[in-house]
Write a protein that binds this ligand. Structure first.
Ligand code: SF4
Ligand code: SF4
Length: 303
C-alpha cells in the first residue's frame, strides 16, 4: 500500500474525518483539527502513555521477544472498572507528533518485538496512519496489531483494510443496558459485532508461524464479569455462529474492582473460580477450541 501511494490516500481520508469527528460510534462531530474535543478528549495529536516490549499479552503475540506495545492515552470508552484509568480517563501521557510515534515503532522493531501493538487505537486512527507512513518508509515491516475496546466504527475500519495484520478487539458486553451503565456507550453489542465482522472479513482467523507467533488474523478478548454481566454465552455463540469456530479467544479471568467499580454493587467483587470455569466450558460448548493458554479438548458439545 505504501509503494502504490495508497497508504498516503488513507492518511488523507482519515485526517479529514477529524474535521467532524465520526471516527468511532460516538460520532461527536467536533472539529479535532481545530482543537475541539469530543468524548475521547483527544484533539489533533495523539498522546502516548508508554511504549516497550510487553510479555503479558496473548501467547501468540508475545513469542520469545515480546509484543511491541504502544499505549495511547485516553479512550473512547468510559469503563467504570478500568484498571488503567489514569491513562484511559485521566490522560496520563505525552503528546506526540507523527515522527515521534514512528520512532517508537522503529525502536520496538529494533528491540526484536514480533509486532507493533497499538493499545486503545480507535480514537487516534488518523495519527497512527500518519506515523505509519513515516515508519514504513524507514523500513518498518513487522505485523501491526489493532488492540481496541471493540467500540469501533465499521467505516473507519475499512480505511485500515490492508494496513493492519492482526485485530484484537474486546467483546465486552452482550447487553446494551450493561454497556451503557458500565462503560457509558450506546449500542455496544451492535457496533461491536459489526466491527468484529469487518475485522474478520479483512484478516480471517488467526494464523501462526512455525514458532507459534501470530502473523495475521483475529484474536478476541472477553473479560468475564461477576454475575454473568458480560454476557459470555451470547458472545461465544456469536463468535461460533457468525465469525468462525476457529476464532482465537482469550477468556480473561482477571476482573477485580478498581476505579469506580465499587459504586456498582454487582461489580464490587472479583469473579469466582467457578464463574471462570463456567465461562471456559461455555466457550467450549459453542465449539470454540482456540482458547488462549487453555489446553484444547475434543469438541463434544452442541452449537
Ligand atoms: S474518536 Fe473521539 S471525538 Fe471522535 S467520535 Fe470517537 S469519541 Fe468522539
Ligand atoms: S476500553 Fe479498556 S482502556 Fe478503555 S476504558 Fe474500557 S477498560 Fe479502560
Amino acid at each position: 500500500m505504501y509503494g502504490a501511494g495508497r497508504l498516503h490516500e488513507r492518511v488523507e481520508q482519515a485526517l479529514t474525518i477529524l474535521e467532524n469527528c465520526c471516527l468511532c460510534p460516538r460520532r461527536c462531530g467536533v472539529n479535532r483539527l481545530k482543537g475541539e474535543l469530543g468524548k475521547c478528549s483527544t484533539g489533533r495529536q495523539a498522546f502516548v502513555s508508554s511504549f516497550g516490549p510487553h510479555f503479558g499479552e496473548e501467547a501468540p503475540l508475545v513469542g520469545s521477544d515480546g509484543s511491541g506495545t504502544i499505549f495511547f492515552a485516553f479512550c473512547n470508552l468510559k469503563c467504570c472498572f478500568c484498571q488503567n484509568y489514569t491513562i484511559s480517563q485521566l490522560g496520563e501521557g505525552q503528546e506526540v507528533e507523527a515522527g515521534e510515534l514512528a520512532g517508537m515503532m522503529l525502536s520496538l522493531e529494533r528491540k526484536g518485538c514480533h509486532n507493533i501493538n497499538f493499545v486503545s487505537p480507535t480514537h487516534v486512527v488518523p495519527q497512527i496512519l500518519e506515523a505509519l507512513e513515516i515508519a514504513v518508509e524507514s523500513g518498518l515491516s513487522v505485523p501491526l496489531v489493532y488492540n481496541s475496546g471493540g467500540y469501533d466504527a465499521a467505516d473507519t475500519l475499512k480505511l485500515l483494510d490492508g494496513v493492519f495484520d492482526i485485530y484484537m478487539p474486546d467483546m465486552k458486553y452482550s447487553d446494551e443496558h450493561n454497556a451503557r451503565r458500565f462503560s457509558g456507550i450506546d449500542e455496544y453489542p451492535q457496533m461491536n459485532r459489526a466491527a468484529v465482522k469487518e475485522m474478520h472479513r479483512q484478516v480471517g482467523d488467526l494464523q501462526l508461524d512455525d514458532n507459534g507467533v501470530a502473523t495475521r488474523g483475529l484474536l478476541v478478548r472477553h473479560l468475564v464479569l461477576p454475575d454473568g454481566l458480560a454476557g459470555t454465552a451470547e458472545v461465544c455463540r456469536f463468535l461460533s455462529r457468525e465469525i468462525s469456530v476457529n476464532t482465537y479467544l482469550n477468556v480473561m479471568a482477571q476482573y477485580h474492582p478498581c476505579y469506580r467499580a465499587y459504586d456498582v454493587p454487582e461489580l464490587a467483587r472479583s469473579i469466582s473460580r467457578e464463574e471462570f470455569v463456567e465461562a471456559i466450558e461455555t466457550a467450549r460448548s459453542c465449539g470454540l477450541h482456540r482458547l488462549d493458554r487453555i489446553e484444547p479438548r475434543p469438541f463434544a458439545g452442541v452449537l
